[in-house]
Design a protein around this ligand. Structure first.
Ligand SMILES: Nc1ncnc2c1ncn2[C@@H]1O[C@H](COP(=O)(O)OP(=O)(O)OP(=O)(O)O)[C@@H](O)[C@H]1O
Length: 300
């Protein structure tokens, strides 16, 4: 049984907004990235998993429990970082965390303390005076402190600076090693690329693709950048049988897209040229999904 299962979920807000026949399965121990542009439906999906929204049709389950009917039980299984953090009335971060611990029946605060240290958070600050990043860190500690089996994270690095983002990626990798199931939405492909086993792309409430991250990274089509020493070599190369994706005449540069099996042919051809340098352009998850996104828009 998958840990989280979304079956034919539809929530129609009207005007083409909402979620439409969404299907996703997240296995136990999987770190699952959920990416899409603003308004794509990420938060709406997460709110269904948390049992805050009732599906128009379809179902969402966590460990076999229906997220709407069993929402109270579901919430106990999950550590949740909301997309928009609104703290209940509490004077300081410490007081808020203490009240959360009481609600969770948590005696041992050592895990919370470790998170506070890793995130370099001063929780004694007044909540209303905290920066966006500090509030986000406080929400992260609150979500993780009971050491839940499942983490549902809606854009968890919002407001964090790049160093703290890197720290957060380390924390997620540790949690993954400890067997946690993590579902995380993000705008940032780099973030999911370094943490997630699988990534799903959502657009206008519909699922576009679900891919294992390694499969995307090990794409067999590579893009190489070549620069020639002389312009005549650059011009001559243009008539070679390679797929040239970009020409940069004033730098004597070309970008070519080539399948792994044709690499030897490329190197043989280049023996007849004076090449200043050749470099592989790393193919990222962003490139992959942007390609899919464009394809989907062309067919729409
Ligand atoms: N309660 C609601 N009533 C009507 N429309 C809604 C409601 N909640 C969300 N929407 C609309 O549904 C769409 C999906 O919103 P959602 O917040 O899920 O997107 P998102 O992918 O999380 O975007 P972002 O990255 O901006 O947070 C948006 O167009 C939003 O305006």
């Amino acid at each position: 049984m998958p840990c989280i299962e979304i079956n034919d979920l539809t929530k129609d807000f009207g005007d083409g907004k909402g979620l439409f026949n969404l299907n996703l399965k997240i296995e136990k121990g999987e770190v699952f990235g959920f990416v899409g542009t603003n308004g794509a439906g990420k938060t709406t999906t997460i709110r269904h998993i948390m049992g805050f929204l009732k599906p128009d049709s379809g179902s969402v389950t966590v460990q076999g429990l229906d997220c709407w009917a069993d929402s109270a039980k579901i919430k106990k299984l999950i550590g949740y970082i909301p997309g928009e953090i609104a703290f209940p009335d509490a004077p300081t971060g410490s007081e808020f965390l203490k009240r959360q611990a009481e609600l969770l029946g948590l005696q041992d605060m050592s895990y919370a303390e470790r998170m506070i240290q890793k995130l370099q958070l001063d929780p004694s600050a007044h909540l209303k005076r905290m920066s966006k990043g500090m509030k986000q860190k406080t929400a992260i500690v609150a979500a993780f402190m009971a050491d839940p089996e499942i983490l549902i994270l809606d854009e968890p690095t919002t407001g964090l600076d790049p160093l703290m983002r890197a720290e957060f990626v380390d924390i997620l990798q540790e949690e993954k090693k400890r067997g946690k199931t993590i579902f995380m939405s993000s705008h940032m492909f780099e973030e999911v690329e370094h943490t997630c086993d699988k990534v799903a792309l959502i657009k206008e409430g519909k699922l576009i693709a679900v891919k294992p991250t390694v499969e995307v990274k090990h794409n067999e089509n590579k893009v190489y950048k070549l620069e020639f020493l002389q312009q005549e070599d650059y011009k001559r190369f243009l008539s070679e049988p390679f797929q040239i994706t970009e020409k940069r005449e004033n730098q004597n540069q070309v970008l070519i897209e080539i399948h792994d099996r044709d690499i030897q042919m490329l190197f043989r051809t280049l023996r007849g040229y004076s090449v200043k340098f050749i470099s592989e352009k790393k193919f990222t998850l962003a490139d992959y999904f942007n390609g899919l996104y464009e394809e989907e828009s062309a067919h729409a």
